[in-house]
Design a protein around this ligand. Structure first.
Ligand SMILES: Cc1cc2nc3c(=O)[nH]c(=O)nc-3n(C[C@H](O)[C@H](O)[C@H](O)COP(=O)(O)OP(=O)(O)OC[C@H]3O[C@@H](n4cnc5c(N)ncnc54)[C@H](O)[C@@H]3O)c2cc1C
Length: 510
């Protein structure tokens, strides 16, 4: 199968590339080893749309994060994705913390972050009271040293899975093809077509099939160094660094609350963040690993997370943990160095047509669309220079690019009057499948019929938010299974939780 552009990896960055490139007259395919988008780092993070003050001025991380933050509200509206500009507080407990906040304030202003300020005394108390976060002020004041906070009003939160799925679905609607369960296992340069000089196409083996393309975009996250090496650019090394999280039951927290970050730490410090679904997450830790897919949550780290969280917000003691997860940062900075190395976004000169996106750790979610725009500019330049076998006047825009997309309408969030209208329009809105979260049959059907063709239980769970309540799917899972079997002709033994190997049913029980 031949394409102009192939993207390896359907995380936020790969899906953003697919969407941005689908504005042009190009044939595009995305190859993803998992059964759905956002299965790795994109689906396992803090979900914060950062403002951009944490990154070194002049770095790609800084400029692309600021650009991503500024455009996020508009993008979220077009893609029908949750986004709330909550603001964010970084708390200082001692002089070293205060110096860190002053440095971040100056850095943020250099990066172009808007409206940052350091609050203290009455102004800090007032903000906390207004947001129903009085106990945090008490915590800060109750410890030695000055209680100040860096206030970033334009930081926000999103739902990373829905964001990534929306980018992918919109790219799909604009012509990009998605191949799920399709792991890239080999890349070589060979066999030109028609007018293209020998060796200027990529030949890709993936999921037992062969693909060809002129431009290859490596958005493989934790595997990006290995994919680069496969394609002939053996010059990167990724150091996986795990961050573990607690998920707390539904609780009130108006905005993310962070400590002042420590130098050389692998992340931004253990923070509390509200999720777009009303839970709170605590984390992440930062622990370098030898393997790249060890998503374990470990007792000593979880205990340490809770200890640090209570120092920030004492009220956490009374909140109920209901789950945990971890994500792995694809770091370019080795453990002995710590901290951050800048994103690599590079059109490789010695492998024409290859664009490597390596070391896309935080703030990669926020920066995903600006990264994709940069990729478009690189392809445009190569296209004009005839670098990948064909000289032209550059990329041609489509007239019919559709930039909006509608997600699944959440029945439980509608007014009683609207709910009644919906049930009249479609009786499936009147049938509740997930009792804990009040998800209707119509929403489950929309999730099953997603445009990417992802049919795992996790694909339905993250799209419709079913099975996420206190019964852990005890009520709705058999009903979703029944729908898949009866109405979609799927065999029970074929139903997987997520990827191949996670089949859920071994045989009939009744
Ligand atoms: C603990 C933690 C907290 C974070 N918090 C934030 C935050 O609050 N805000 C923020 O902006 N950023 C945050 N980030 C960073 C953000 O999550 C990442 O920068 C972003 O998700 C990277 O997206 P990606 O598409 O590059 O990578 P990924 O999401 O990892 O996608 C890469 C894809 O490539 C696929 N792939 C790999 N190898 C192959 C192959 N051989 N064949 C086919 N497919 C392949 C993978 O399966 C995967 O789906 C955080 C990260 C971590 C780990």
């Amino acid at each position: 199968m031949e394409y102009d552009v192939i993207i390896i990896g359907a995380g936020a960055v790969g899906c953003a590339c697919a969407r941005e490139l689908s504005r042009y007259r190009l044939s595009i395919a995305v190859l993803e080893k998992n059964s759905d988008v956002a299965g790795e780092t994109t689906g396992r993070n803090s979900a914060v749309v950062h403002a951009g003050f944490n990154n070194r001025p002049g770095s790609r991380m800084a400029s692309l994060c600021v650009e991503g933050n500024e455009g996020f509200a508009d993008l979220a509206q077009k893609l029908d994705v949750p986004f709330r500009e909550t603001g964010k507080l970084l708390l200082a407990f001692d002089d070293e913390d205060v110096q860190t906040l002053e440095h971040l304030l100056a850095q943020g202003r250099m990066n172009g972050c808007r409206d940052l300020e350091i609050l203290e005394g009455r102004r800090l108390e007032q903000l906390l009271e207004e947001r129903g976060m009085g106990s945090i002020g008490g915590a800060a004041a109750g410890r030695s040293g000055p209680a100040k906070a860096l206030w970033s009003p334009h930081t926000g939160i999103t739902n990373p899975f829905l964001y990534c799925a929306a980018l992918a679905e919109n790219a799909r609607a604009n012509g990009a093809q998605f191949y799920l369960d399709t792991e890239v296992t080999g890349i070589r340069r060979a066999g030109a077509r028609e007018h293209e000089p020998e060796g200027q196409r990529f030949r890709i083996e993936a999921g037992g099939r062969n693909f060809g393309c002129r431009y290859l975009i490596n958005a493989a996250g934790l595997q990006a160094d290995r994919i680069a090496a496969m394609a002939g650019a053996d010059r990167y090394h990724i150091y996986p660094c795990r961050g573990e999280y607690f998920i707390l039951d539904k609780s009130e927290l108006a905005m993310p609350v962070y400590p002042a970050p420590r130098k050389k730490a692998g992340g931004l410090g253990v923070h509390l963040t509200p999720t777009s679904d009303g839970n709170i997450i605590i984390g992440p830790s930062a622990e370098y690993l030898d393997i790249r897919d060890d998503y374990a949550c470990t007792r000593p780290v979880m205990e340490e997370l809770m200890r640090q969280a209570v120092q920030l917000v004492p009220a956490v003691r009374d909140m109920q943990p209901i789950g945990n997860y971890s994500g792995i940062r694809p770091k370019l900075a080795p453990p002995e160095e710590g901290g951050y190395q800048d994103f690599v976004i590079r059109a490789e000169e010695d492998v024409l047509g290859l664009i490597d996106l390596v070391g896309i750790e935080s703030p990669g979610l926020t920066a995903s669309v600006p990264i994709a725009r940069q990729v478009c500019r690189m392809i445009e330049q190569m296209e004009r220079a005839g670098a990948a076998g064909r000289s032209s006047r550059g990329l041609r825009r489509k007239n019919d690019f559709e930039e909006s997309r509608r997600g699944i309408l959440r029945f439980r969030e509608q007014s009683p009057q609207r709910q009644a209208e919906l049930i009249r329009e479609d009786p499936e809105y009147g049938e509740i499948i997930c009792r804990c979260q009040k998800i209707t049959k119509r929403e489950i059907r929309q999730a099953i019929e997603n445009p990417l063709g992802a049919r795992s239980i996790a694909a339905i769970k993250y799209r419709a938010w079913a099975t996420t309540g206190r019964c852990n799917g005890g009520y709705c899972l058999p009903r979703i299974t029944e729908m898949l079997v009866r109405e979609y002709g799927v065999k029970p033994e074929e139903i997987r939780y997520r990827n191949s190997g996670s089949e859920m049913f071994a045989g009939r029980v009744k």
